[in-house]
Write a protein of this length. Sequence first.
Length: 67
Amino acid sequence: MYKVMVIDDDLDFLSEISRTLFLSGYYPVVLQDSGRAFREIKKEKPSIILLDLKMDRVSGFQIADML
């Protein structure tokens, strides 16, 4: 089962995408706090990461640049 990490500050979106991914056969890992992104990416080692580009603490652009 592929692990998909979704980083977004919208809790409703995270809930919906998590359910959709799970029902599609993926293992969703959702994260609302972009400030914890690097620690969680290192810990979870996802197959793919879906990023919200405009978040308050650390933007998706910053996370992508650091990766």
